[in-house]
Design a protein around this ligand. Structure first.
Ligand SMILES: Nc1ncnc2c1ncn2[C@@H]1O[C@H](COP(=O)(O)OP(=O)(O)OP(=O)(O)O)[C@@H](O)[C@H]1O
Length: 254
């Protein structure tokens, strides 16, 4: 579903990703772990087309994201192509980024109506069922400022799902939450991972969540994949010294 092929990403002279290749299968839940600055967020931003590759290619669902085919050749994607492929990808951020002046319902229906052309009644019915799924049916007419951080994040998840993405990117979705609100958000994500065929790419410091929910965990350092394995293996018997060092530091801090 996601394929990075020899991707290089530089910011000036800073080589953030060098020759990065990895794949995520359809329906797989993959978590990226690694030290601060290792390039995890850059990977998500490339997938959201907020950044462009320096070289190499990215494919989503068999279609090029970074490039498009023109006259039998691969050329950098134009804005129209990017918008088209991007519709398949949803993202939930650390900061929930809800529209503050819109009620919860409108936050969820806005993109389906405007971007997908979904009729309003259909978009609202869908939003109601998504709000039920995230346990917030009673907040349909609230404004974001009237919700806790955990509730706002669950609305943000519902909003991403309303676009029916094939791929959902999760970037430190619990980092801005008070500790007592984290479990509710993780429970919603766990349910989604178990009951939908969405492909997840997740960046998190919640190691227990990564261990419970992921099909595969990928350890990054300095823009390279150091090691990738199923969570039981990676967390109990990491092969690479860098992974062992990183996990020890994270678990000592917890
Ligand atoms: N827009 C930008 N301009 C310049 N440098 C950038 C930009 N975005 C990221 N970088 C650099 O790219 C590197 C990787 O950053 P990135 O945010 O992807 O790391 P990360 O692994 O997600 O870290 P963290 O866990 O702290 O979020 C860092 O050295 C960062 O300074």
């Amino acid at each position: 579903m996601i394929r990075f092929d020899q991707v290089v990403k530089k910011f000036g002279d800073n080589v953030v990703l060098s020759d990065l290749s990895f794949e995520v299968d359809p329906g797989e839940f993959v978590t990226l772990i690694g030290p601060s600055g290792s390039g995890k967020t850059t990977i998500l931003r490339l997938l959201m087309t907020l950044e462009r590759v320096t070289s190499g290619t990215i494919q989503v669902g068999g279609e090029y994201l970074s490039h498009m085919e023109k006259g039998g050749k691969l050329v950098p994607a134009d804005e129209k192509h990017l918008r088209q492929v991007r519709k398949r990808i949803g993202m939930v951020f650390q900061q929930f980024n809800l529209f503050p002046n819109m009620k919860v319902l409108q936050n969820i229906t806005e993109a389906p109506i405007r971007v997908l052309g979904t009729p309003r009644a259909e978009a609202e019915a869908k939003a109601e069922s998504l709000l039920e799924m995230v346990g917030l049916s009673d907040k349909i007419d609230a404004h974001p400022s009237q919700l806790s951080g955990g509730q706002q994040q669950r609305v943000a998840i519902a909003r991403a799902l309303a676009m029916e993405p094939d791929v959902l990117l999760l970037d430190e979705v619990t980092s801005a939450l008070d500790p007592e609100l984290v479990a509710g958000v993780l429970a919603v994500l766990r349910q989604l991972a178990e009951t939908t065929d969405i492909t997840f790419l997740c960046v998190t410091h919640e190691m227990q969540f990564a261990r419970d929910v992921s099909d595969r965990v990928v350890m990054f350092d300095q823009g390279h994949v150091v090691e990738a394995a199923d969570p039981e293996k990676l967390f109990t018997e990491p092969e690479n010294a860098r992974t062992r060092e990183f996990l020890k530091a994270v678990l000592d801090r917890a």
